[in-house]
Design a protein. Structure first.
Length: 433
């Protein structure tokens, strides 16, 4: 048997199994005690009834005995005024308890012979002779102790109550853990979610307070790190500018060109660092309704005016609720990345039945190895490993796009196209009309 995978299933199985076993033991002991009591009472009644019935038949005239037989008949035994049926001799030591009770009741007054009659309805007979020599047979059909018809219904109701109580107990115990798991899964420092409810049992309150404090500390820590990165990057711009001014007054030489190139690379890296640090604040921009077709058309025209090969395919007529500056920065980074590696970019837009809006930036470049599609979204990760800034970049362009996409409530995913090239897809939630 396989152990259940979920904690709720395991707790329910343990609780329900334990309750059923405890209840089964309790019921078994009660039923056994009832069986012993009922058997003792039935055997006692049998002894008294048989002794009384035989005494009555022995004292009645032979002609009147037949009329008394129906009155003396019981559910499990009856009397016959004949030799009975032939059967197998039955030893008293191996006889049923009813036979032993009959022997105890009248065996000291009458010689008894016990016969066993097997068959579809097995029973035994007790043969004796009355005082006048006439035969008398006690025909006994043993039957189990009768069970009340309402008892199985009560058992089923009790088991149903046990199952319901088990389910309620497991749900009460698991619900706070499930809420905590959902809160952890949706934890986003860029868009802090609602705080967990700090009410309920002491352990639940403690976990909720601890998680809320953890969420606040993570947000404060990341904000501090980003502010530190932004401050360092901003402060580096001043000495870089001074060094560029000093290089400009140098006599033309090969060393001057190399220094100038290094300063340009440093300045580009500093600007990207500032941009990445500020991207965490993308969620602070106010949302507004934007005509997506006009927005994308304006962006594409800006590139075309500068001589870049950027095309916009199709239109949806969608009006979305988003943060336009953050979305524009995301698309600019993705388009610049496509232009850098493929020399051209193509934009596609699709509205998925009012649920989501998809914007794809396509290129025919070399693509990205499948095992690195997730890694390139991390800061300072570059697929090109030469460390040459002119070929590999700073490794922040896609990270900034990913950060800003999350800040506006969207999702950025990368995939390689079948015919070669890269597809960068932005999935925006359906908050528009």
């Amino acid at each position: 048997m396989r152990w259940p995978r979920t904690l709720a299933s395991r707790l329910a199985l343990i609780f329900f199994t334990g309750l059923v076993l405890a209840y089964g033991l309790s019921f078994s002991f009660q039923f056994y005690e009832r069986y012993i009591s009922s058997r003792s009472m039935m055997l006692g009644n049998l002894e008294q009834d048989v002794s009384t019935s035989v005494a009555i038949l022995d004292r009645l005239p032979a002609a009147e005995r037949e009329a008394w037989l129906p009155r003396l008949e019981r559910r499990t035994y009856r009397y016959r005024l004949d030799e009975g049926q032939p059967g197998q001799p039955l030893s008293l030591a191996n006889a049923p308890m009813a036979a032993q009770s009959i022997d105890k009741a009248i065996g000291h007054q009458y010689p008894l012979i016990f016969n066993n009659l097997p068959g579809p309805n097995p029973h035994f007979q007790v043969h004796l002779r009355l005082a006048d020599g006439k035969p008398l047979t006690v025909d006994v059909t043993p039957a189990p102790i009768p069970l009340s018809t309402w008892l199985p219904v009560v058992l089923l109701i009790q088991l149903a109550l046990l199952l319901l109580c088990t389910w309620l107990a497991v749900k009460t115990a698991i619900s706070p853990l499930t809420r905590l798991a959902h809160a952890v899964d949706s934890l986003d420092p860029n868009a802090p979610g609602p705080l967990l409810d700090e009410s309920g049992p002491r352990e639940v309150r403690y976990a909720a307070v601890a998680f809320n404090s953890l969420q606040a500390r993570i947000a404060a820590y990341l904000k501090e790190r980003m502010q530190l990165l932004a401050a360092i990057s901003h402060d580096l711009q001043t000495p870089i500018t001074r060094m560029k001014l000093r290089v400009e007054v140098m006599d033309p030489s090969h060393e001057k060109d190399k220094l100038w190139s290094d300063l340009e690379a440093m300045e580009h890296l500093v600007r990207e660092g500032v941009a990445y640090a500020r991207s965490i604040d993308g969620s602070t921009e106010a949302s507004c309704r934007v005509n997506l077709d006009a927005f994308l058309d304006s962006l594409v025209l800006d590139y075309q005016d500068s001589g870049q090969q950027v095309l916009l395919e199709a239109s949806t007529g969608a009006v979305i609720d988003t943060r336009p500056h953050a979305l524009r920065r995301v698309l600019v980074n993705l388009i610049d990345n496509a232009l850098k590696f493929a020399g051209a970019a193509q934009l596609e837009v699709e509205s998925a039945a009012g649920r989501t809006t998809l914007i794809r930036v396509l290129d025919n470049g070399p693509g990205i190895p499948a095992d690195e599609l997730e890694e390139v979204l991390k800061p300072f990760y570059r697929v090109e490993g030469s460390r040459n800034r002119t070929t590999g970049g700073t490794g922040l362009g896609l990270a900034i796009a990913h950060q800003l996409t999350q800040a506006i409530g969207g999702n950025l995913s990368l995939s390689n196209r079948d015919g070669g090239g890269l597809c960068a897809q932005i999935e925006l939630p359906a908050r528009g009309v």
